[in-house]
Design a protein around this ligand. Sequence first.
Ligand SMILES: N[C@@H](CCC(=O)N[C@@H](CS)C(=O)NCC(=O)O)C(=O)O
Length: 322
Amino acid sequence: MGLIQNGQWVDQWYDTKSSGGEYRRQDSRFRSWLTSDGQTGPNGETGFKAEKGRYHLYVSLACPWAHRTLIFRQLKNLQEYIDVTVVDAIMLENGWQFSNEPLYDFDFAYQLYLKADSQYEGRVTVPILWDKKTETIVSNESSEIIRMFNSAFNHLTGNEDDYYPAELHEKIDAVNDRVYDSINNGVYRAGFATTQEAYEKAFHQLFGALDWVEGLLTNQRYLTGERLTEADWRLFTTLIRFDAVYFGHFKTNKRLLSSYPAISGFVRELYQVPGVAGTVDFEHIKTHYYASHLTINPTGIIPLGPEQDFNLAHGRDALAKY
Ligand SMILES: N[C@@H](CCC(=O)N[C@@H](CS)C(=O)NCC(=O)O)C(=O)O
């Protein structure tokens, strides 16, 4: 675990001293955009043209942010358009590591960052969307990669499914904001806190937000109403890891998610969407967190439980009638 400083990899755990024990996630630096014809993206950044075989996606199966991009690759039938490399489960002093890096035979993800920008400073994160043609990182921001996948290749794949429909932008953005801060990043803010106060703040915010989600999903099928959107997928990747990892490893243990009826049904329903179960690898997930974060779990022992079955009937069809 570490970061790039002055062109060199430096092994370093997160610095929480300057923020009162609070973990602060660094903003992603590569923010270009894939578009159908290469025009500038909605954030005003350089556009890259959607082409078959041109882009390569690096993910960790453990990482909830990378997981979103893998799910969108499935949902949008991009498997033949974008190849994927999965980093090793365990991430130690050299950061994300490869057993088999196909493009350059690199051993570590930081080498990709330095190849893209020799002046890059900061943490080396997944997902990484790589352009083979110009040999650079298009984006390392999952929330934007899923928006690109949602539409940039439609003309090639014929898949017009839209997880960010115009009429729901405002609703989706509002839900995303709360879910990101309190839940997606909230579990990390609890787990990586280095003061009791910072941990408790994240813990209360997280369980407040889970109660809010449980309320929403009791009365409607999805977070923004009756339509499955990116807001649901963004939440899903955190929820699916919750009982297996965050509850114990990140000490988010007020309640198991399996004790929330509506959330449980929701997670099982999304898990059962065709193509999704294949993106969920609990062995990888548990191995990564428990055996890589040795500051939190110094023995590196990986718990054997819990027993879970996301293939159980989810009971959401009954709700759909209302
Ligand atoms: N904002 C980024 C966050 C990605 C991220 O933080 N990924 C984690 C893994 S779950 C990572 O690579 N961490 C390495 C580090 O922080 O050094 C996104 O959503 O894509």
